[in-house]
Design a protein around this ligand. Sequence first.
Ligand SMILES: Nc1nc2c(c(=O)[nH]1)N[C@H]1C(S)=C(S)[C@@H](COP(=O)(O)O)O[C@H]1N2
Ligand SMILES: [Mo]
Length: 322
Amino acid sequence: MIIKPHEFKSSSNLTEADVTPESIYRDRRKFMRQGLYGLAATAFTGLSPSLFANKLNFKTTQYGAKETLTPEEAVTSYNNFYELGTGKEDPVRNASQLKTQDWTIEIEGHAEITGKFALEDIIKKQQLEERIYRLRCVEAWSMVIPWVGFSLADMLKQFKPTSKAKYVEFTSIYDPKNLSGQKSVFSTIDWPYVEGLRMDEAMNELSFMATGLYGKTLPNQNGAPIRLVVPWKYGFKSIKSIVKIRFTDQMPQTTWSQIAPSEYGFYANVNPTVDHPRWSQASERRLPTSFFNLKRIPTQMFNGYQEQVAHLYKGMDLTRNY
Ligand SMILES: Nc1nc2c(c(=O)[nH]1)N[C@H]1C(S)=C(S)[C@@H](COP(=O)(O)O)O[C@H]1N2
Ligand SMILES: [Mo]
């Protein structure tokens, strides 16, 4: 039997979300806001995860308020995180290989403030909030996830990027001693995993840094202790376990666009009209699916976030895969 790391919890650590079906969890968020958040409203800043062990203190938002959530069990056990293996259940099984203590993030490139910062100090300056976003993997499955974190723009502004910063490059952890996916000689990936955004994409209100989901700190398999979430782009843009952020004037060389440029572009905006060379992107499998429920739903342009992001791509030919 495999004991999943996120099941190692004493009952005192259990939050309401642990013991509550998703629908009720949703309704109760209202009460939590009045109780817990009323208390925090006076002098609220994001609290360091270590202070509250597993449970996070955050404010709710209207993002995705009407969505039906993918159950936590599916969100935390069906993952893509090649550092922890290529199978969908490898990341949860190998989650303990990811060491998240004393995490730092290095800030480099075109910014007034650069250097190595303790993650705690970065988080301290932000107010945590919950946002429910759709996540659409390029493999044509999708989920709806209640993330906890803060706006990427707010975080980047801390470092005062200069006018030379045209792109932001993100790098994931490199730890081949512990991460079995990085040890493997069969890996197609040239580690570490790298992703990037154009500066205006990074500064868009939707771009989000997640430090938690379902009201608790991120499980390792979901990219602890901090990962990017860009909901209008295919999931591979949402890079996990970030250790470095670099402001550049050149488009970053990103992991998947380097491995297979004809299949995965730099922009990688969700687009139902541009098929992957090997499969259709017109529809998606919304998890959880089962033998009895293989229903597909139509995929939406920009994953349904046109209103917030379509303007970023005016003049670009959206019928090709960038
Ligand atoms: N460092 C890193 N980040 C990554 C990946 C990865 O393999 N390594 N996989 C990506 C892909 S393909 C997807 S779909 C999402 C999945 O996020 P989730 O497992 O939290 O649902 O993470 C993305 N971020
Ligand atoms: Mo993905």
